[in-house]
Design a protein around this ligand. Structure first.
Ligand SMILES: *Cc1c(COP(=O)(O)O)cnc(C)c1O
Length: 383
């Protein structure tokens, strides 16, 4: 039995009628760029996130970029974020002309380490972007306190954490602004690129709305230089349909994680993802760690099990970020994570049979290697 890493088709088939009707409506109304379907989704998503406002934009990257730009963050400013995030978080900072200052992650949860972030604060720091990596909420209380202490904006990168909760609060509504991606494979995915900024600060949202539409408050009245970063009407309509199913989809992901955990708990060669009390992890990614990661990945792929690495190269070791001058060894936990993490198949429509198959292949592979005298090692990244 083959198990794909991600399958968007099954969900499409289940929601086909609903989605087609919603998309047809947008086309009938020729409401393609921004417009009423985007506005409706903005209201629904703000309420879902427990925030007052939402501004739909063209991607998660533009959500981060415009949130920073709305706060007037620019050249000379520093913004702290995690070394082990997707490149887009750092890109958004650089698109503003500001300097990304990376900090290492926590060795248990792999979210940004608040102490490392605190140590990176300078007189130029304007904001911190904690990343709710893999769907696991970052330690938000610590970041909110840091923000208050040093007068910094806290911008949540919630691009992997739609519907995740931190001590009863939905991610995205805890800092000054939360940035979401609706890239098709995300927990809430559009049928193309889309993103959103949520916030309870009306000025910040007003600025994002201007900046996404060429810096205009009304048509052809441009008060500042902005961008073209609007959300498409079709995406708004698709997202409104899919938002109604998000809680069910996240519940399914959590149940799958639970089953993986049950099946793999006795496999001493791998480390399972941490879950913290009081936090609702929504498992955008189910990432295990293993010392012989590449061998295990090859074995899984050979047996028809799709898997991935999130992410194989941390931000500071990317060629595009060489100018930061941070070589290997600078962020040891992030680097260990890049070498040992392996993402298993995870999507709501996964079946118990498929999860059993994945666990079986992992079990067989690690057992065979053990018998050959080379035990796999779970990696615990120590600092
Ligand atoms: C997906 C993602 C982004 C970027 O979102 P896009 O919609 O692809 O631009 C940013 N940060 C993280 C953590 C992501 O996973």
């Amino acid at each position: 039995m083959n198990v794909p890493f991600l399958d968007l088709k099954t969900q499409y088939n289940a929601l086909r009628e609903e989605l087609h009707a919603a998309m047809q409506q947008v086309i009938d109304d020729t409401a393609f760029a921004g417009g009423p379907y985007v506005e409706r989704f903005e209201h629904e998503f703000a309420a879902y996130c427990q925030a007052d406002f939402c501004a739909g934009v063209s991607s998660g990257t533009s959500a981060l970029h415009l949130a920073l730009a709305a706060l007037d963050i620019g050249p000379g400013d520093e913004v702290i974020t995690a070394a082990n995030t997707f490149i887009a978080t750092a890109e958004a900072i650089m698109h503003c002309g500001a300097t990304p200052v990376l900090a290492d992650c926590d060795p248990e949860t792999f979210t940004l380490d608040p102490e490392a972030a605190a140590a990176a604060v300078t007189s130029r720091t304007r904001a911190i972007i904690p990343v709710h990596l893999y769907g696991q909420p970052a330690e938000m209380n610590a970041f909110v306190r840091l923000g208050e202490k040093y007068n910094l904006a806290i911008i949540e990168d919630a691009c992997q954490a739609h519907g995740a909760e931190y001590k009863g609060r939905r991610t995205g509504s805890i800092g000054h602004a939360g940035c979401f991606s609706f890239y098709p494979g995300k927990n809430l995915g559009a049928y193309g690129d889309a993103g959103a900024v949520v916030s309870s600060d009306p000025d910040l949202i007003q600025r994002v709305r201007m900046l996404r539409d060429h810096g205009s408050r009304s048509k052809y009245d441009h008060s500042v230089i902005g961008w073209n970063a609007r959300m498409d009407g079709l995406q708004g309509a698709v997202l409104s349909v899919k938002l109604r199913h998000l809680d069910d989809a996240n519940r399914a992901r959590r149940a799958h994680a639970h089953l993986y955990r049950e099946l793999l708990q006795d496999c001493g060669e791998i480390a399972l993802p941490a879950e913290t009390d009081g936090l609702r992890h929504v498992f955008h990614i189910f990432a295990i760690r293993c010392g012989q990661r590449n061998e295990l990945m090859d074995a899984l792929k050979e047996q028809g099990v799709g898997c991935g690495i999130h992410y194989p190269v941390p931000v500071h070791l990317q060629q595009a970020c060489a100018f930061l001058g941070k070589g290997p060894g600078t962020y040891p936990v992030a680097e260990a994570c890049a070498l040992s993490c392996l993402s298993l198949p995870m999507f709501p429509e996964l079946t118990a049979e498929q999860i059993n198959r994945v666990a079986c292949v992992i079990d067989e592979t690690t057992r065979k290697t053990k018998q050959s005298g080379r035990a796999f090692q779970p990696v615990s990244a120590e600092r």
